[in-house]
Ligand binder design. Sequence first.
Ligand SMILES: CC(C)(COP(=O)(O)OP(=O)(O)OC[C@H]1O[C@@H](n2cnc3c(N)ncnc32)[C@H](O)[C@@H]1OP(=O)(O)O)[C@@H](O)C(=O)NCCC(=O)NCCS
Length: 180
Amino acid sequence: MSHIEPVIRAARESDADAIARLHAESWRSSARGLMSDHYLDDEVYDERRSLWRSRLGSGDSPYLTLVAVQRDGLHGFICFKLRADPKWGNLLDNLHVDPELCGRGLGEALMRVGVTQVEQVAPGLPMHLLVFAANRGARRFYRRLGGVESGEVQMPLPEADRNADAVRIAWATPVRLQAE
Ligand SMILES: CC(C)(COP(=O)(O)OP(=O)(O)OC[C@H]1O[C@@H](n2cnc3c(N)ncnc32)[C@H](O)[C@@H]1OP(=O)(O)O)[C@@H](O)C(=O)NCCC(=O)NCCS
């Protein structure tokens, strides 16, 4: 499959709505059955838009967010919460690629640029993330990049009072993504 080569740059406040659109579309295509149909059909975009406007609008944010853009728009994003946990270190909080472009190397490119930038601003820490246990494709993707599955956890969902089975994936310090 051909690779695509978008520009990867820091997210700006003006990217918030496009990120929310892609986040909503990605969850509609990958999290159906884990999140309720009501949330995915009626609420996800508004809820994500308010989250991304708030994250990108705050001058003193613990988040580092990058977007992958081409002339025709935004095709992926990655977001880290820096120094999120005293034991597990920096948190990879979100990674989403346009469902039409999955499997062409964009997710890996976002990971590589993101990890390099995180190391510059919050150096010497391990990294972790939580992924839905049922998301086998993403779990394989992270394992291929050297992440180690390090326990099962309950992940709170954006819908009130709902959790999903999840797996923690960790990289020890110094964080090195597996060679291609
Ligand atoms: C997981 C994700 C970010 C990977 O990005 P990507 O650009 O598709 O990944 P790459 O092309 O760099 O790598 C391809 C690998 O990703 C994995 N993968 C996960 N979901 C995939 C999908 N829908 N299509 C193709 N590959 C997928 C596969 O392991 C694949 O490796 P393989 O070809 O050996 O099977 C992307 O598929 C995605 O956005 N998925 C939906 C949202 C999600 O699950 N995010 C992670 C939440 S923790």
